[in-house]
Design a protein around this ligand. Sequence first.
Ligand SMILES: Cc1cc2nc3c(=O)[nH]c(=O)nc-3n(C[C@H](O)[C@H](O)[C@H](O)COP(=O)(O)O)c2cc1C
Length: 254
Amino acid sequence: MTPFEAIFNRKSVRHYRREEVPASVLDKIQDFDGELLPMFPYVKTATKVFREEEFGRKELMLQVKAPYYLAIYAQELEGYQENAGNMMQQISLYLHSKGIGSCFLGLLRPPKGAPCPEGMKFIIMLAFGYPKEELNRDASRANRLPLEKLCVYKQEPMKATGQLLEAARLAPSSVNAQPWKFVVYRNRIHIFVSEKQSLRPVARWNGVNMGIMMANILMTAEEYWIDVAMTRSENLAEKAIPHYSYTGSVLVKP
Ligand SMILES: Cc1cc2nc3c(=O)[nH]c(=O)nc-3n(C[C@H](O)[C@H](O)[C@H](O)COP(=O)(O)O)c2cc1C
């Protein structure tokens, strides 16, 4: 399975076997060396693998237990949370393609005393390892809102636009909040994020969630050779879907 195919087959894995992941994989996810598709290339990020034994017992209390955890750090520049979510989702899909399961963890921090890369901030953790449960889940069984609930259709989308939307719909998010809405034209998707107060504790992860969803869009564009541009339309920032704010647009080039 390729990382792209994993978009449609992945699920969060919460039970793991105590089995070593090959050093080549551990090395790769700590040094992708420009192989990932960043949303904002000017935001520097770094990743670090921790083993379960490096955490104190209290630190892992109530957390998903896994043999490995991957921390991602980023420079605190505009779009840094989105960028980190976007990179981490690509790593998670890469791991899946190698038969390795993973699960984002919003509440786990790096082990006490672990140094933070200079000028960066810790953003999010990913538990990973070989699964003790089913690794795959067909997209039809994923608990996600249908596109009709997520989209406001202004025009009939062209095929490529529809493919990007389906990949976006399947993205994981904190407590499965799916905090996005899409205003859809033939070859344009305007993206909005929820401001709902009820999502307050989750809203903290909205940047990461949006980045994860964008990773699915960008990887799908890459797979199908769909030429896309990420843009921001200033006059849209004023127009609103109630309780949602505009974050940006994806333009599918002809
Ligand atoms: C930013 C973020 C934080 C998350 N935090 C946790 C967590 O602390 N514990 C957990 O079990 N799952 C966590 N998840 C996993 C989500 O609950 C899961 O992705 C969502 O319910 C959708 O299910 P699926 O990944 O199986 O498709 C998190 C996911 C994201 C994106």
